[in-house]
Design a protein around this ligand. Structure first.
Ligand SMILES: Nc1nc2c(ncn2[C@@H]2O[C@H](COP(=O)(O)OP(=O)(O)OP(=O)(O)O)[C@@H](O)[C@H]2O)c(=O)[nH]1
Length: 394
């Protein structure tokens, strides 16, 4: 629960946004009868046709599933890569579907019987859709999520807590298949190419990952592949020092592919388990960047035809919907195998992760929740859904 609390506190902006929005929606449609406290158990039966539901019915099985939980487990792994043998990050994501227990299960049924309720109708659904869109879930995902929430529940009187629970279940269901730590392969050195726009958090993420891999007993080499920016190289050296991992650099302006070749040779010589290669993120000139990335890949493949084994795209969650177009762009530039979402702390835009999972289904290997070396966590769909919806924050 410690991490949940940290994530919850740091995702405060997102959850409070959804919280406030839901409260407003509840107030908007509230009638006197809705607001009236439910009768005490000893009182005569209430003159309402339908008793206030204490439990949310489980999602009907025929609900169209945007990201089915039964997706084959290998779906998100790189197809041609060797079989993973180990998971590096310390806490694996929950194997249990969200609705069947775990954190969400424990958070259910915590509200007072007197909580105000509102009848779920078209009006309310529309308001919910708008709320999710403002939380950066995107139109398509917001529509799918609300449709699934409404399935079999139209006309029912729901409380804000029940709506949050429904929302959290839907979000966790979409996120479950993409919550996968970066796989570690038997082949060494495992080459991890790290791509993303400048400022997305590549350097910081490489440092954090290197530190975690090292703590897990792996030997790591970092290559500072953004050779055109001296400041970027310096930053990476600082992070390498923090993580206690060697950083290979090349003179400013030199060919990143040649550095990648040298780094590969050194990683092989040293018997390193992992080689993490930082790359430039200049999207202003896509043709150049594409050529640069493909040259790095060509060169390292001369030494190992199965490399790179992972191509991590680092995305800044605070860019909201822009993250979607960055995925599209980088998928054209490189064979992206997984995502790391940074800056989830203090952003009101965590909803974009749901849109990303729904649209691309790429694995989310880890999330950045701060600027310190240990502020990188495995992605847990239940904790994320609970934090995003504000469940358990009362
Ligand atoms: N709050 C917060 N800040 C982060 C996180 N990850 C990275 N940052 C900050 O984001 C800024 C950019 O991070 P970098 O790691 O330098 O990003 P980059 O993609 O390497 O950028 P360039 O070096 O310009 O290519 C830095 O100030 C980091 O401290 C995170 O998870 N949370």
């Amino acid at each position: 629960m410690a991490f949940f609390k940290k994530l919850k506190d740091r995702l405060f902006n997102s959850s409070s946004k959804l919280d406030e929005g839901l409260d407003a929606i509840m107030q908007d449609g509230q009638t006197e009868a809705d607001a009236a406290p439910d009768p005490q158990p000893s009182a005569p039966p209430a003159p309402v046709a339908e008793p206030a539901p204490q439990e949310i019915p489980p999602p009907p099985s025929e609900v169209p599933d945007p990201a089915p939980a039964e997706v084959p487990s290998g779906r998100a792994d790189p197809p041609a890569a060797p079989t993973p043998i180990e998971i590096p990050l310390d806490t694996p994501p929950s194997a249990e579907p969200a609705a069947r227990g775990g954190l969400l299960g424990r958070l259910l049924g915590r509200e007072s019987a007197k909580a105000p309720r509102r009848v779920l109708d078209d009006d309310m659904l529309e308001q919910l859709e708008e709320l999710l869109i403002t939380a950066d879930m995107g139109v398509d995902t917001a529509l799918r999520v609300t449709a699934n929430m409404a399935e079999g529940r139209m006309g029912k009187r729901l409380s804000a807590q029940e709506i949050k629970e429904l929302l959290a279940r839907e979000i966790a269901r979409i996120m479950e298949p993409v919550a996968r730590p970066m796989p570690i392969y038997a082949k060494t050195p495992q080459v991890v190419l790290v791509v993303g726009v400048n400022g997305s958090g590549k350097t910081t993420t490489i440092g954090k990952l290197a530190s975690q891999f090292k703590a897990a007993g792996k030997s790591v080499v970092i290559a500072a592949g953004d050779t055109f920016r001296a400041a970027a190289v310096e930053q990476l050296q600082i992070w390498g020092d923090r993580a206690g991992v060697p950083v290979l650099t090349a003179p400013e302006g030199s060919d990143p592919a040649s550095l990648a070749w040298d780094a590969m040779a050194q990683a092989e010589r040293d018997g390193a388990d992992l080689l993490m290669i930082d790359t430039a993120g200049r999207l202003q000139n896509r043709a150049d960047l594409m050529e640069e990335l493909s040259k790095i890949v060509r060169v390292i493949r001369k030494k190992d035809p199965s490399a790179p084994h992972n191509t991590l795209l680092v995305l800044d969650a605070t860019t909201g919907q822009n993250a979607l177009s960055q995925v599209e762009t980088f998928q054209k530039l490189a064979d992206v195998s997984g995502l790391v979402m940074t800056k989830l702390d203090g952003t009101a835009r965590g909803g974009v992760l749901v849109a990303l999972a729904d649209k691309f289904g790429l694995p989310i290997h880890a999330i950045g929740v701060g600027e310190q070396i240990d502020d990188l966590s495995p992605f847990d769909p239940e904790e994320f859904a609970a934090a995003l919806t504000g469940l358990g924050t009362e």
